[in-house]
Design a protein around this ligand. Sequence first.
Ligand code: PGA
Length: 244
Amino acid sequence: MAGNWKMFKTAQQTREYLREFLPLVETVEGREIVICPPYPSLPAAVEMTAPSKVGVGGQNLHWVAEGAYTGEVSAQMLAAAGCRWVIIGHSERRQYFGETDENVRKKTEAAIEAGLTPIVCVGETLDQREAGLTEEVLLTQFAGGMKGLNPDHFARVTVAYEPVWAIGTGKTATPEMAEEAHRIIRRQAELHYGGAAAAGLRILYGGSVKPGNAPALMAKADIDGVLVGGASLDAKDFAQIVKA
Ligand code: PGA
């Protein structure tokens, strides 16, 4: 159950949020909970969540460990800051920052080598869905972003299916639509990495997840968790989603 805070919350707002959120999820069992704040808020998040089961992640990284790459942050730096997770290939990064499948693959490798768990995002746009290209897009993104990982590395990957048309729009994929896409992704995992790897792969759904629709999504066999944007910014809403 991961919260993608995008470009929201200063360090102080992060502390205020966690003072409210942590007690609400203290007794939750059988769920891994992760928040992904902006870089400057990571130290506050790591410090406040240290005594809890809540993990912290970055929202992006550069695949090189260090170097002359102004504005970039490496996997090693995230790990050293106390992150255990990182979101890779989010559609906003693909749309606004030129993220490619090739970069996604390099970032995924770098994250795993630094000991982070990558949450690799895939998903089709509305035009692609309406043109009947959903499966093709998922196959291309899976092949481009994850093909070539060795099986041990693939076992460390979490995938997030996020239909672009459902992100921040209030339009959620129906649980059936999400389940269908998750099955396509799991089939790809099976084809490339075998049945055990496919069964063990965690696939999160993301796109306008709210307390009201989370239970129906989570009830689906192939939906293992959620990646929540807007609703994860509210401590009560995210706590309710975590318990769905
Ligand atoms: P949303 O965002 O929940 O606000 O639709 C999801 C995401 O972008 O990860």
